[in-house]
Design a protein around this ligand. Structure first.
Ligand SMILES: NC(=O)C1=CN([C@@H]2O[C@H](COP(=O)(O)OP(=O)(O)OC[C@H]3O[C@@H](n4cnc5c(N)ncnc54)[C@H](OP(=O)(O)O)[C@@H]3O)[C@@H](O)[C@H]2O)C=CC1
Ligand SMILES: O=C1O[C@H](COP(=O)(O)O)[C@@H](O)[C@H](O)[C@H]1O
Length: 480
């Protein structure tokens, strides 16, 4: 069981809190992983009584939690932990009221989860300090994206750092909480098989794809300012790239793992000038069909500017200038309203040096994070019968089947428990976030300088036409 703490969720009425954080906390409660004295306090400006907020939370959790896992009695005992406090997080005076409400208990662990827009992060940290709420036992959790650019991320990090030392800052990237993402480290560093071939000499290229069928839903106001580069590439996809490319850490602890990841981010070859045109594809969805349903164009979404040139799709050819990876392209792509929802990493090996049997495909390793968690290795095998006719076959490991008796944890469950226990191994360190912005900023600047507007792609397709040429000009293709 974890330590006892107060979990304060700023933005407690928002989509993230109701859709992800409370269901994750419900599961932790249900499985007796929360200390009996742990309390959850949701904070936002809207007025709600405790009962009204509990009602709202119950409706959202019911919709989110598997039917078989939701029962009245568990909910009632969970709701006893749950309270609501109405305050404006931009107002210092409201933190005085909050301090009174929490009571003076300097030894109590307090977790401040900032599930709000990043524009509030600096204010919240300062106000917590002034109200003496940032004691040595307090931790702060920051949602991604941290800032809008390198400069704004530095300002946020500096302000947060003036109040909380780095060991108490948890910059969350929920992709790091996904089981298969952690399995990627197990695959690489707990099996001797892959290490000798995990390098430029044997790997032709890597593809990292996070494709969604969803549009921007009710997050248009945020998304139209962010776009796919800031929303996904700067954090989730670069984190996946780091885990594929990093050296083995000396230990599985926060500093060792993050030291290795930051080396990869710092070794990313800058993409600027003409390279922005050649190595990136930007897209925006137009009307189309997803699963047989008509869906509207991005610029007709709620709270989106109808002349918006925000990208809902990005593909980039990244390169890592280091000894292990020189010359190996890492193709990243992500987009909304695509034909299918899938997150996967493909490691494409080089072909055999001599085709003894007159042909055959090169091996690849596919690590699928979503919708199902599986790892499959494509090998060449002989077709039964006369002659040496080859055919690709899959060595397939479905992780849900392999561990069928265990429920698969949601990423937020794992990460929330890590915060409560003070383990920051799966969280981003300040220098990582800044190195990621250092690489993405020039691409965004390049798009603006060259007026590289997003290319249209119909909802339900695989993205803009130009996506194919990113690989085809090097004789490669996306694996669909
Ligand atoms: N939604 C998601 O799936 C994900 C979200 N994120 C990140 O999480 C953060 C929150 O996102 P999301 O939940 O979607 O956003 P929402 O817009 O749904 O929620 C924002 C929340 O902040 C509250 N809020 C706004 N201003 C103030 C204020 N001055 N004082 C106190 N509370 C305030 C709002 O409540 P009220 O108006 O009542 O004050 C609301 O509860 C963002 O940084 C986003 O990038 C990251 C990953 C996924
Ligand atoms: O952080 C975000 O992630 C989701 C995708 O997460 P997943 O776990 O469903 O793959 C994305 O939809 C959202 O725009 C982004 O903010």
């Amino acid at each position: 069981m974890s330590n006892s703490c107060d979990m304060l969720i700023f933005g407690g009425t928002g989509d993230l809190a109701l859709h992800k954080l409370l269901p994750a906390l419900y599961y932790l409660h249900r499985e007796a992983r929360l200390h009996r004295d742990t309390r959850i306090l949701a904070l936002a400006r809207s007025n709600h009584s405790r009962e009204a907020y509990q009602g709202l939370a119950e409706r959202r959790c019911r919709a989110q939690v598997a039917r078989a896992d939701f029962d009245e009695e568990t909910w009632r005992s969970f709701a006893e932990r749950l309270d609501y406090f109405s305050m404006d997080a931009s107002q210092s005076a409201d933190f005085g009221r909050l301090a009174k409400r929490l009571g003076n208990d300097p030894d109590r662990v307090r977790v401040y989860y900032l599930a709000t827009a990043p524009s509030l992060f600096e204010d919240i940290a300062s106000h917590l300090q002034v109200a003496s709420l940032a004691s040595a036992n307090a931790r702060i959790v920051l949602e991604k994206p941290i800032g809008h650019s390198l400069e704004s991320a530095q300002a946020i990090n500096a302000r947060i750092g003036a109040v909380f030392d780095e060991s108490r800052v948890f910059r969350i990237d929920h992709y790091l909480g996904k089981e298969t993402v952690q399995n990627l480290m197990a695959l690489r560093f707990a099996n001797a098989l892959f290490e000798p071939v995990w390098r430029a000499g044997h790997i032709d290229h890597v593809q990292i794809s996070v494709c969604e069928t969803l549009g921007v839903e009710n997050r248009g106001a945020y998304y139209d300012q962010a776009g796919a580069m800031r929303d996904m590439i700067q954090n989730h996809l670069l984190q996946l790239l780091c885990l594929v490319a990093m050296e083995a850490p000396v230990r599985f602890d926060a500093e060792s793992v993050r030291n290795e990841k930051v080396k990869i981010l710092e070794a990313l070859k800058p993409i600027c000038g003409q390279d922005v045109r050649d190595k990136t594809v930007r897209g925006q969805y137009t009307a189309g069909k997803i699963g047989g349903q008509e869906v509207s164009a991005y610029y007709f979404e709620k709270n989106v500017d109808n002349d918006s040139d925000t990208e809902t799709f990005v593909a980039v050819q990244a390169e890592i200038d280091n000894w292990r990876w020189a010359g190996v392209p890492f193709y990243l792509r992500t987009g909304k309203r695509l034909a299918r929802k899938t997150s996967e990493i493909l490691i494409q090996f080089k072909p055999v040096p001599h085709h003894l049997f007159g042909g055959g495909e090169a091996n690849h390793l596919l690590i699928r994070l979503q919708p199902e968690e599986r790892i499959s290795l494509q090998l060449m095998a002989k077709n039964p019968g006369k002659g040496m006719r080859l055919q690709p076959v899959e060595l397939d490991l479905n992780l849900a089947d392999a561990f069928h008796k265990q429920r698969r944890w949601d990423a937020y469950e794992r990460l929330l428990l890590d915060v409560i226990e003070g383990d920051s191994t799966l969280f981003m360190r300040r220098d990582e976030v800044e190195a990621a912005w250092q690489w993405t900023d020039p691409i965004i600047k390049g798009w603006n300088q060259h007026y590289q507007r997003p290319r249209p792609y119909p909802a339900g397709s695989n993205g803009p036409e130009q996506l194919q040429s990113l690989l085809e000009r090097h004789g490669r293709e996306w694996v669909e």
